[in-house]
Write a protein that binds this ligand. Structure first.
Ligand code: DX5
Ligand code: ZN
Length: 220
């Protein structure tokens, strides 16, 4: 199953409900909500209130991507999210952070930055719902896709098959009609898409992204 998660960082926040409903009409599977604290990244974005407000205008699952310095201190603020995604390098004990997210009743995503290797995450692959490979530096939308991260996607795909696990393999940052195809071919099945989803006719953009992903879908 391919999962398309439009990232509202790129949406017109003065008309957020309109943008979100357009993405939903295009076949979005969830909404990706970047939370930035001006500390882990040099930018600010969204808050628990964004999730509460969006909950009233859409039935799509809400994914909170915590790009913050101390996620453990704020996890409970995001208990209303369907999934909480943490940066693996932002927490001193990833296993306990994962357990804390589970206790809140949320699905678990773990994101790995471009300059970090994915092999050390092997012990937690059996307890995550999503392993999200960052293809840009976190903090801003509209950056170019770093294709070298696809080696991590291939490694995750091989591990998932050999260990018979079923976590989603995601890519976040710089995903567009071309890079989504490359990512699918490498083994990814989950995409957080900002600029390429929320430009022009949003409904049509989301539809085209899904079509580009489906056309390159792997059978294994
Ligand atoms: C980057 C965020 C991404 C961002 C993607 O810090 O985690 O989710 O919104 O935006 P694009 O698709 O424009 O690179
Ligand atoms: Zn994100």
């Amino acid at each position: 199953m391919l999962h398309l998660s439009p990232s509202i960082l790129a949406a017109d926040t003065a008309n957020l409900a309109v943008a979100v409903c357009a993405a939903e009409a295009g076949g979005a599977d969830s909404l990706h909500i970047d939370i930035m604290d001006g500390h882990y990244v040099a930018n600010y974005a969204f808050s628990p209130k964004t999730l509460a407000d969006l909950r009233r205008v859409t039935t799509l699952p809400l994914h909170a991507h915590l790009e913050v310095g101390n996620p453990d201190a704020v996890l409970s603020l995001f208990a209303a999210a369907d999934m909480i995604i943490v940066q693996e390098d932002a927490t001193p004990n990833l296993t306990s952070t994962i357990a804390a997210i589970r206790r809140l009743g949320c699905a678990v995503g773990v994101a790995v930055n471009r300059n970090r290797s994915v092999e050390p995450l092997l012990p937690v692959l059996d307890r995550v719902d999503l392993l999200l490979v960052m293809a840009v530096e976190p903090g801003f939308g509209g950056q170019p896709f770093d294709a070298s991260v696809l080696d991590k996607v291939r490694w995750l795909h091989a591990q998932r098959a050999s260990s018979r696990l079923d976590f989603a393999i995601g890519v976040d940052g710089g995903v567009n009609l071309s890079t989504i195809a490359l990512s699918v071919a490498a083994g990814a099945d989950f995409f957080a898409v900002g600029s390429a989803a929320f430009t022009g006719d949003i409904t049509e953009s989301v539809r085209q992204l899904r079509a580009a992903a489906s056309a390159n879908r792997r059978l294994t």
